[in-house]
Write a protein that binds this ligand. Sequence first.
Ligand code: FAD
Ligand code: UDP
Length: 409
Amino acid sequence: MSIKLITETEHLVRDKMIPVPDVVIVGAGFAGSVVARELAQRADKTVLVIEKRRHIGGNAYDHLDAAGVLVHDYGPHIFHTESQRVFEYLSRYTSWRDYQHQVVANIHGRYIPVPFNLNSIELSFDHYKAQQLVTRLIETYGEGRKVPIIELRDQADPLLTELADYVYENVFLGYTKKQWGVTPEEVDPSVTARVPVLVGRDNRYFQDTWQGMPLNGYTALFEALLDHHNITVCTGTDARQLLRFETNGKTGEDGPFTNILFNDKPFNGEVIYTGALDQLCEHRFGILPYRSLDFEFKTLPVKHILPCGTVNYTVSEEYTRITEFTWLTGQDLDVTTIMEEYPCGYEALPGQIPYYAIINEENNRHYQRYLALFSELANFHVVGRLAEYRYYNMDHIVKRALELADELC
Ligand code: FAD
Ligand code: UDP
């Protein structure tokens, strides 16, 4: 089998020839693809997945570059989860390469493990000071604890203050200013808490029970997910060409939508939307704040250029991090491809991608104003990192998508 894919949709859309399905799904990333599969298989619904990019997979899409390296076009994606359900679910569609991601920070030319841990302390301080810090950290928090940098900076012990200041200055301050354009205190505490100080010696970036890389890559995983006789995928198609939302009468710009139209005809099937809500509403309340990224790929004639999968540049350079894909894929080649990530603001310019929601109360209220427009549509559902305006990892999204599918089945 292979997926039912329609790539040239321009005239079909124009002539309103796209067949009307039971369910319309916008976006072929993890959110859209998982819900599509579940509704097609468990509920026997015909599903149309509309994807504006020319490929499936959303931000997890990967492909072989000219040098034969499997690269991730939208930033490095490493799968990790504490959810057995999510791991077992995805395992129906892929085998796994056992891969435990490691990251080091380049601090003035020295490679230091991140999350900053007891090994990092010993590499950063003289022997006597390191021993004192290790002992005090274990006494204070206990072995194995993960301490957010904001919490570590908040305690009064002068020895731990010295450590907190060092980690703050050398690991968090420069990186966060590049990534978010503001200091660590100005981002939501949950953001820096993703990479806590670890009172332990585990050098892996993630400690989750299940972690690894899809053996044949993410795109192959998506091909398997979407390969079902009830699913049709239209790529290169913006859903706004097919879906419209109407209100009954004049209710002002906050008036909720009351009807969904597909091909200009009333549509009462389920609609699952996984894109950005402000885009869908043509930014009627202004652009929701996001951060974006520019990526630069380089292929080099060596086996490996980095000591591990990712190096974070926490005190120097304009980019935040470099990832070397062959560490992630395990490919044994004589060349290697790396990717530099340059964070930037997001202005909804053509081609610009909103990668990271900027989480805070004001932005959440802004998002809720958009969401309220859809509150009267019982058949319209939002799921996904963009659609929910959240900082979700892939496994969170798969879990949310499975839960929505449970509800709809
Ligand atoms: P997406 O993957 O963004 O899919 C949404 C899809 O909807 C897109 O393909 C988009 O083109 C489409 N779409 C939007 N609007 C429309 C429209 N109007 N019409 C048609 N199609 C539309 N997670 C991890 O677990 N591990 C990692 O290592 C990791 N690394 C990351 C690195 C970076 C740089 C980024 C940005 C994210 C990373 N993530 C990682 C998070 C991961 O990318 C997301 O959790 C996941 O891809 C979200 O899936 P989604 O389906 O919600 O959204
Ligand atoms: N962070 C940092 N230095 C690092 C790693 C992370 O300051 O070396 C902070 C930074 O604010 C970053 C956040 O922690 O945005 C979350 O990091 P993560 O690696 O989870 O980011 P992602 O992979 O989602 O971009």
